[in-house]
Design a protein around this ligand. Structure first.
Ligand SMILES: [Zn+2]
Length: 118
């Protein structure tokens, strides 16, 4: 297991989790993921396995729409979405791989999930 560290752009939101080496990622073509353009983890992290810290209270915003099952978290200062709670596995997190320290997203094998058709 590797300990991964990450943060939003301004550093108000930072997080840690442990996982085997990340070699692949996931894009989704649903209405919000297409707009974010982020490559996310292709695995989910249980709620008790993701630690995160906020430099300033209330710096984590929450965006929900439609069924409101998925929770899209963003930094209220820099606007980056570091992680979300998925629709397919409620309360479980997917991480924005671009937010992880030292991870080159260009080197990952990226698959596409057809969220648009759900
Ligand atoms: Zn930020």
């Amino acid at each position: 297991m590797i300990k991964y560290n990450g943060s939003c752009h301004c550093g108000n939101v930072s997080f840690q989790f442990k996982h085997d080496e990340i070699k692949s990622g996931l894009r989704c073509n649903c209405s919000i993921c297409a707009r974010k353009g982020a490559i996310m983890t292709d695995f989910v992290i249980p709620p008790d396995k993701l630690q995160y810290q906020l430099k300033e209270e209330n710096s984590l915003g929450l965006y929900e729409f439609d069924t409101k099952v998925a929770h899209h978290y963003f930094c209220k200062n820099c606007g980056i979405f570091p992680f979300l709670q998925t629709m397919r596995m409620p309360e479980h997190y997917r991480i924005n791989l671009g937010c992880i320290d030292g991870l080159e997203t260009d080197e990952l094998e990226v698959s596409v999930f057809d969220g648009k058709s759900l």
